[in-house]
Design a protein around this ligand. Structure first.
Ligand code: GLY
Length: 260
């Protein structure tokens, strides 16, 4: 792939909202706040929830969490939370990250099993620990200790899709499928006080090798925000976004005045 095409792919999969470029005008005009940006059709319910919460005066960080929870709990969304497609062993492993643009505090979980709302666990990591990312068994233990409920996340529909994939496997297959794609939910919120927060949540690539982690829980790759510059969230094949630290790159370009 030529570098120019590569950059085009990366940029086309990242939702951005900034205070640089055109949106600088917005920063001087408080009536333009609040703003909510979401990725894909499946963020519609999340953004509707965001609208209600923003109108009630909730802070950006609360709105990001509560809006993403809507999509995480929707069994019909097969790339996020409950109902997400599993890894190659039929186990749903979830990744999520949340960031507060006012303080640059952030939290993340990766390869988390059995908990429907990984964005809320990520927030707990951010607010109650000195760590940023917890993975696998440790993340689950942390969630259970904080009152999250363990549930079976594999719906019948997702299980059928997994069985169909297994039936079509060939012993010569590898993990280099050219047609992998991924529909992470990413949300950027600018609240009525001008504070920003970002969040992402995903079940990661379908049929991934157990333990594979994409861009979503890696702050700077799958999401980033800073009240002084703007915010970005990514969706698509995480490996491509990690290579260029996609969201941090975009926020830094906005800081330099680039248009979102
Ligand atoms: N962008 C989500 C993933 O690759 O896992």
């Amino acid at each position: 792939m030529k570098r120019r095409d590569f950059v085009k792919v990366i940029f086309s999969t990242i939702a951005v909202s900034g205070l640089g470029g055109k949106l600088k005008i917005m920063a001087g005009n408080k009536s333009s706040f609040p703003v909510a940006v979401g990725t894909w059709k499946h963020s519609k319910g999340a953004i509707e929830k965001a609208k209600v919460l923003l109108e009630k005066g909730f802070r950006a960080i609360d709105v990001v969490e509560k809006s993403i929870n809507i999509t995480e709990c929707d069994p019909d969304v097969m790339s996020v939370g409950y109902g997400g497609l599993p890894n190659e062993e039929g186990v749903v492993q979830l990744d999520a990250a949340i960031m507060d643009g006012a303080t640059l505090r952030c939290g993340a979980v990766a390869a988390l099993e059995g908990i429907k709302t990984p964005i809320s666990v990520a927030r707990k990591v951010m607010e109650t620990t000195k760590h940023i990312m917890l993975v696998g068994e440790g993340a689950k233990k942390f969630a259970l200790a904080n009152g999250f409920k363990e549930e079976n996340l594999l719906t019948d529909r997702a299980r059928e899709r997994w069985l169909e994939w297994k039936r079509n496997l060939n012993k010569n297959d590898n993990w280099l499928s050219p047609d992998q794609y991924h529909d992470t939910i990413g949300v950027i919120i600018l609240d009525s006080k001008g504070s920003m927060a970002t969040g992402v949540s995903t079940s990661g690539l379908a049929w991934k090798i157990p333990g594979r982690i994409g861009d979503s829980p890696i702050v700077g790759a799958g999401s980033y925000c800073d009240n002084q510059a703007g915010g970005a969230v990514a969706t698509g094949v995480g490996e491509e976004v990690i290579r260029v630290a996609g969201c941090h790159l975009i926020v830094e370009l906005m800081r330099m005045g680039w248009d979102p």
